[in-house]
Design a protein around this ligand. Structure first.
Ligand code: NAG
Length: 318
C-alpha cells in the first residue's frame, strides 16, 4: 500500500478523541451538564412520541412527521452523548477505528434524515397554509408515509455509499482527533492514502442533502410567509402563523448553527468556537425540539395537560 510522504508509517487501530481538551476541574461539571442534556432530550422526545401515538387528535400528517423527527433526535443524541459521557466520567478518551466508523455512519444517517424530515415538515405546512382547500387530498397518511420513508431510505442509501468509500481507508500519522465525536472532516485528516475522490464524493453528497433541502425549506417558508401576510384579519394571521411557529424556530436553530459550523473560518483560534457550534447543532437541536413543541404548540400542549390530568386521576384513585 502506498503511503503519503511525510506521514508516519504505523497503522492506527484506535483514535483519541480530544473532546473539549484538558478541562481539568471542569470535567465533573461538563459531565453533569451533558448528563442532564441527555436525560431531558431522551425523555422529552420520548414523551412527544408517546403523546402522538396515544392521542387521537394528534394523528395527522404534521404530527406523524414530528414523531419521526423526535424518534430521530433520540437516536442522534444516543449515538453521540453516551460515548462522550463515558469519556468525561472515566477519562478514557480512546475509541477503536471501527467504533469511530460506526459512530460516524450513524451520525451521518441521522443528520441527513433530519434535514430531509425538516423539509418534509415545511412542505406539509406549505400545503396546509398556501393550499388549504386541497390539503386533505395532497397530504394524507399515504403521502406522509412516503415522505417519511423516503427521508429515511434516501439518507440510508447515500450514507452507505459514503461509508463504503470511507471504510477502504487506513489511518496513520496521528491518533489524535480534535473533536468530541467522530465526524467526517477530523476523521479523514488522519487517513494514510490520498482522499481526494472521497472528499469530492462527500462534497457532492453533502451539497445535495444539505443545500437542496435548505433551499426547498426556504422556498416553502417564502410562500407561507407571503400567504400569511396577505390574510386581511390579524386574528387569521395569528392563527395561521401559530401552526408553523414552533417548526420555524427549530428550522432557524438548525440551519443557523449548521451554516456557522461549516462556513465559519477554521483557524486555530476559532476551533473552540467551532466545537461549541457543533455542540449546538448536534446536541442542542434535539434538546430544544420537545421544549419548543411542548411550550409553543397548542395541540401538543393540550395533549400533555390531558395526559398529566389522567395520570393524577389514576394516582388519586385508591
Ligand atoms: C413516522 O411516520 C410514519 C408515516 O407517516 C407514521 O406512520 C409513524 O407513526 C411515524 N412515527 C412516529 C413515531 O410518529
Amino acid at each position: 500500500m502506498e503511503k503519503m510522504e511525510g506521514k508516519n508509517q504505523t497503522l492506527i487501530t484506535e483514535f483519541i478523541l480530544l473532546g473539549f481538551g484538558d478541562v481539568g476541574d471542569l470535567q465533573p461539571l461538563l459531565f453533569l451538564l451533558f448528563l442532564v442534556i441527555y436525560i431531558v432530550t431522551a425523555s422529552g422526545n420520548t414523551l412527544i412520541i408517546a403523546l402522538i401515538v396515544t392521542d387521537q387528535h394528534l394523528q395527522i400528517p404534521m404530527y406523524y412527521l414530528l414523531g419521526n423527527l423526535s424518534c430521530l433526535e433520540t437516536c442522534l443524541s444516543s449515538v453521540l452523548l453516551p460515548r462522550l459521557l463515558a469519556s468525561l466520567l472515566t477519562g478514557d478518551r480512546t475509541i477503536s477505528v471501527n467504533g469511530c466508523m460506526v459512530q460516524f455512519y450513524f451520525f451521518a444517517i441521522m443528520s441527513t434524515t433530519e434535514s430531509l424530515l425538516l423539509t418534509a415538515m415545511s412542505y406539509d405546512r406549505y400545503l396546509a397554509i398556501c393550499n388549504p382547500l386541497h390539503y386533505p387530498v395532497l397530504m394524507n397518511g399515504r403521502v406522509c408515509c412516503q415522505l417519511a420513508a423516503g427521508s429515511w431510505l434516501s439518507s440510508l442509501t447515500t450514507c452507505s455509499v459514503g461509508m463504503v468509500l470511507t471504510i477502504r481507508h487506513t489511518f496513520c500519522d496521528s491518533k489524535e482527533m480534535d473533536h468530541f465525536f467522530c465526524d467526517f472532516a477530523p476523521l479523514i485528516k488522519l487517513a494514510c492514502e490520498d482522499t481526494q475522490i472521497l472528499q469530492l464524493a462527500t462534497f457532492v453528497i453533502a451539497t445535495l442533502w444539505t443545500f437542496v433541502p435548505c433551499i426547498l425549506t426556504l422556498t416553502s417558508y417564502g410562500f407561507i410567509i407571503s400567504t400569511i401576510l396577505k390574510i386581511p384579519s390579524s386574528i387569521g394571521r395569528k392563527k395561521a402563523f401559530s401552526t408553523c411557529s414552533s417548526h420555524l424556530i427549530m428550522l432557524a436553530v438548525f440551519y443557523v448553527t449548521v451554516i456557522t459550523v461549516y462556513v465559519a473560518p477554521t483557524g486555530n483560534s476559532s476551533k473552540l468556537l467551532n466545537k461549541i457550534f457543533s455542540v449546538f447543532y448536534t446536541v442542542l437541536t434535539p434538546l430544544l425540539n420537545p421544549i419548543v413543541y411542548c411550550l409553543r404548540n397548542k395541540e401538543i400542549n393540550e395533549s400533555l395537560k390531558k395526559a398529566v390530568r389522567k395520570l393524577l386521576d389514576l394516582r388519586d384513585k385508591p
